[in-house]
Design a protein around this ligand. Structure first.
Ligand SMILES: C[S@@+](CC[C@H](N)C(=O)[O-])C[C@H]1O[C@@H](n2cnc3c(N)ncnc32)[C@H](O)[C@@H]1O
Length: 197
């Protein structure tokens, strides 16, 4: 694993500790067949590290974002601790993301602009080895889970941000609801849920 430096993180959307966990779990899937997806890439804070780690691996990185910020909340997302999260918050342009990826000098990922609920199966890789879900809200976690689940290779890992974040309770509710009907081993580290299939 290459060294990360929190001073160089592009935003405060991820901590150095979380990033280390994400990259550690990614490394565990190098021998798993398939590509890597990130739903909720914002300005690319995590994406630049994913892209750097995947360089030369033969795996393609796919990024998805509305580039319009967060959608409206549903009741599951409401929390007194999370009132700052509103529709349109965390808005980044695709142009800004591309600029950050170019500045990081990493291979350009495949980028899809759109709401996760509108992403079509043909826009998602056929086989997935690792997924990072960072959409913050209930629908923004469960919609990607619906898109990717049947495409996860044996041994694939899914990391969901904000599982242990009282400001964004929808993320944990989505994971817990999903696991009522789908099998995976769940562990929690920092604010991250790690699902091993
Ligand atoms: C917390 S930020 C992602 C941070 C990013 N992983 C990083 O490391 O910089 C959440 C992102 O998810 C996007 N997003 C949330 N819900 C979405 C949805 N339902 N469809 C599309 N994009 C969504 C927002 O536009 C925002 O850019």
């Amino acid at each position: 694993m290459k060294h990360t430096n929190s001073k160089k993180l592009l935003s405060d959307q991820i901590t150095e500790q979380e990033l280390q966990v994400i990259l550690r779990e990614l490394a565990r899937t190098y021998d798993v067949s398939g590509d890597v997806v990130e739903f909720g890439c914002y300005v690319g804070t995590t994406s630049v590290y994913l892209a750097r780690e995947l360089q030369g691996s033969g795996k393609q990185l796919y990024l998805y974002d509305s580039f319009e910020g967060l959608p409206e909340k549903r009741p599951e997302d409401s929390s007194p601790a999370g009132e700052q999260f509103k529709a349109g918050e965390l808005h980044a342009t695709k142009k800004k993301l591309i600029r950050n990826l170019k500045q990081a000098n990493v291979p350009m990922p495949n980028i899809t602009k759109g709401w996760f609920s509108d992403v079509e199966p043909r826009q998602v890789p056929q086989q997935i080895s690792f997924a990072f879900l960072d959409g913050d809200y209930y629908d923004s976690v469960i919609d990607p889970l619906r898109l990717i689940w049947d495409r996860l290779s044996p041994g694939a890992i899914v990391v969901v941000d904000d599982y242990a974040n009282e400001a964004l309770p929808g993320a944990a509710k989505a994971v817990d609801d999903w696991l009522k009907t789908h099998h995976a081993h769940l562990s929690v580290e920092a604010s991250l849920a790690i699902l091993r299939t």
